[in-house]
Design a protein around this ligand. Structure first.
Ligand code: 13P
Length: 256
């Protein structure tokens, strides 16, 4: 990593894995391995694991994230969870716009934008996911795709929030859970491009201060190389975040 530029954030996205008891077990295993991390460490856990995870990370350097949130404070939205609910159980971050939400649950940039604004207004930090499908990469519209996502997802979000409370995670959809990692050059190219889009919207200073992660089959073996890139400010980790040693190895790579 190059900590002189921006502090890295390594975040796990557990997706639909782990019961509360298993969450405690995994966090207890991770804690001693990452206690000297020189990067921020976050675990994104299923809603039902949040209270147990918040309790388990007490006194450590690990923060807890939700994996989604609704934009309304309360109301007739069966199955949904609001920002005040997440705050009440101690979540500090929320992952928004993950490609699995977009692909399988009908998320659009408009709803991602509503969720992002509500989360920030309620005092949560946002990990905003963007990224192109394989078809979009093959059609040569990767930049257009992420640019459109960033512009709509962040519409109405202040420069201060973008700089301090938003982490952008570039996750090429073809690299998620497939074992097919983007090369470090591909990650760097798109992350750098995302920074130019943010600069166009908010100016250079905000863009330089914004954390932009890479996600998609990042693991203990490839983290060093990916994180060596100047515009890759950390990672959003799926599969490898479910194994304490693998997750800790990525945290160690980001702490160098
Ligand atoms: P994998 O690391 O399992 O590819 O998942 C990446 C991801 O979707 C993180 O949000």
């Amino acid at each position: 990593m190059k900590k002189n530029v921006r502090k890295a954030v390594i975040a796990g996205n557990w997706k639909m894995n782990k019961t509360p008891a298993e969450a405690i077990e995994l966090i207890d295993a991770i804690k001693p391995l990452v206690k000297d991390a020189d990067c921020d460490v976050v675990v994104g856990v299923p809603y039902v694991c949040i209270p147990a995870a918040v309790e388990a990370v007490k006194g450590s350097n690990i923060k807890v994230s939700a994996e989604n949130v609704h934009w309304a404070e309360s109301g007739a939205f069966t199955g949904e969870i609001s920002v005040p609910m997440l705050k009440a159980v101690g979540a500090e971050y929320v992952i928004i716009g993950h490609s699995e939400r977009r692909q399988y649950f009908g998320e659009t940039d408009e709803t991602v934008n509503l969720r992002t604004k509500a989360a920030l207004a309620g005092g949560l930090k946002v990990i905003l996911c963007v990224g192109e499908l394989l078809a979009e990469r093959e059609q040569g519209i990767t930049f257009e795709t992420v640019s459109k996502q960033i512009k709509i997802d962040l519409a109405g979000v202040s420069a201060e929030d973008v700089k301090n409370n938003v982490i952008v995670a570039y996750e090429p959809v073809w690299a998620i859970g497939t074992g097919k990692t983007a090369t470090s050059d591909q990650a760097e190219e798109v992350n750098a491009y995302i920074r130019t889009v943010i600069a166009g919207l908010y100016g250079e200073e905000v863009a330089e201060g914004t954390t932009i992660q890479y996600g998609g089959s990042m693991n203990a073996a490839n983290a060093d190389e990916l994180l060596s890139k100047v515009n890759v400010d950390g990672g959003l980790i799926g599969g490898a975040s479910l194994k304490a040693n693998d997750f800790a190895a990525i945290v160690a790579a980001a702490s160098k």
